[in-house]
Design a protein around this ligand. Structure first.
Ligand code: NDP
Ligand code: GDR
Length: 338
């Protein structure tokens, strides 16, 4: 039985990846952060009482800022595969907390890579780094490919570039099986509610049911290549199953603006988005990434991968799921007050 360690298991991607690996028969270990409130809602359905036989999901407290714990866990667990998905992943927030973002998203990768060496796992382990299309930043070439130069436009993007090159460097220096997935935006009903897609689908469905009046957004002109998170985690796994480690763009090769996302989401609910969407400059970034569109030809060629869920299907999946949530919220609101 293969053993995998996932940082960021409580996040959108971590939860889908844990599901995928458990379905493939892996023993899955995840690092979670201690918080004063529960932060495991995305993986609660996977969790079993560890006292029961046959349990395959194990959670450990840890933090990407804590290298000692990282070394200790790697010694103890001796994993076959490590997926580094943990991050302060919000681009706008990275302008507010740049040092923390650099520490966790940049140095965090360094800590794991060194822990792999320290624990003597260089020959055994395979490492996946959650790299990002945000590294391309300022538009220089479209569609973006594995050879497009990086020009990050945020502390988040800069930290991810650092982690990307470290991953390449450990591959070249120590022959570590280390790969970068350069993933373009991917969304789902589990997407955090402060990212623009989920913010729109949550608001549109709540507006439809009379639970909210307006939606405040920033830049509507930004264009993104939006795919489906559940499909994208398959790519992370596929990269680690190759004989040779490598770096891959994962994208749909389609791009749409935030405005088009609004139009489509509100349209599915027979609402005119222009009546409800209002502007608030607090959601603007000091420097913006205007246009992302990825060419996944290398992934298609070498990994045999093709995205199936396209823009309209994705918006529909998210709207339908959030409509159910909004209906439940309305039912609770409609209960007679005691
Ligand atoms: P989420 O924000 O949903 O999840 C981030 C995860 O990282 C959470 O489990 C979070 O824990 C954890 N985390 C945050 N800070 C720390 C820390 N200091 N130590 C340990 N864990 C920490 O992100 P996604 O699932 O969307 O993304 C997964 C990865 O992929 C991230 O690295 C992201 O930057 C990258 N990425 C994402 C893309 C996307 O479109 N979704 C595209 C390209 C790259 P907690 O739940 O406690 O907050
Ligand atoms: P992004 O995703 O920055 O691309 O990073 P996000 O959904 O936050 O923004 C996409 C675009 O929408 C514009 N925008 C707004 N964004 C947010 N969050 N809130 C708003 O109100 C709003 N209004 C307009 C933004 O300016 C931007 O242009 C995501 C994250 O998952 C990263 O971790 C990941 O690496 C990249 O995708 C690929």
């Amino acid at each position: 039985m293969k053993k995998a360690l996932i940082t960021g298991i409580t996040g959108q991607d971590g939860s889908y990846l844990a599901e995928l690996l458990l379905a493939k028969g892996y023993e899955v270990h995840g690092i979670i952060r201690r918080a004063s409130t529960f932060n495991t809602s995305r993986i609660d359905h996977l969790y079993r009482d560890p006292h029961v036989n046959g349990v395959k999901l194990f959670l450990h407290y840890g933090d990407l800022a804590d290298s000692v714990q990282m070394v200790k866990l790697l010694y103890e667990l001796q994993p076959d595969e490590i997926y580094n998905l943990g991050a302060q992943s919000h681009v706008r927030v990275s302008f507010d907390i740049p040092e923390y973002t650099g520490d966790v998203d940049g140095l965090g990768a360094q800590r794991i890579l060194e822990a792999i060496r320290e624990a003597g796992l260089v020959k055994k382990v395979r490492y996946y780094q959650a790299s990002s299309s945000e590294m391309f930043g300022k538009v220089q070439q479209v569609p973006q490919t594995e050879t497009t130069p990086f020009w990050p436009r945020s502390p988040y993007g800069c930290a991810k570039v650092y982690a990307y090159w470290l991953t390449v460097n450990y591959r070249e220096s120590y022959a570590l099986h280390a790969s970068n997935g350069i993933l373009f935006n991917h969304e789902s009903p589990r997407r955090g509610e402060t990212f623009v897609t989920r913010k729109i689908t949550r608001a549109a469905t709540r507006i439809k049911l009379g639970l909210q009046d307006a939606l405040y957004l920033g830049n509507l002109d930004a264009q993104r290549d939006w795919g489906y998170a559940k499909e994208y985690v398959e790519m992370m796994w596929l990269m680690l199953q190759q004989d040779r480690p490598d770096d891959y763009v994962v994208a749909t090769n389609e791009t749409h603006s935030v405005r088009q996302f609004c139009e489509t989401a509100f349209g599915l609910l027979d609402l005119d988005w222009q009546r409800y969407v209002k502007y608030d400059d607090r959601y603007e970034r000091p420097s913006e990434v205007d246009l992302l569109i990825g060419d996944p030809a290398k992934a298609r060629r070498q990994l045999g991968w093709e995205p199936k869920v396209r823009f309209k299907d994705l918006v529909k999946i998210m709207v339908e799921s959030d409509l159910e949530l909004a209906k439940r919220e309305r039912q609770i609101n409609d209960l007679p007050k005691l």
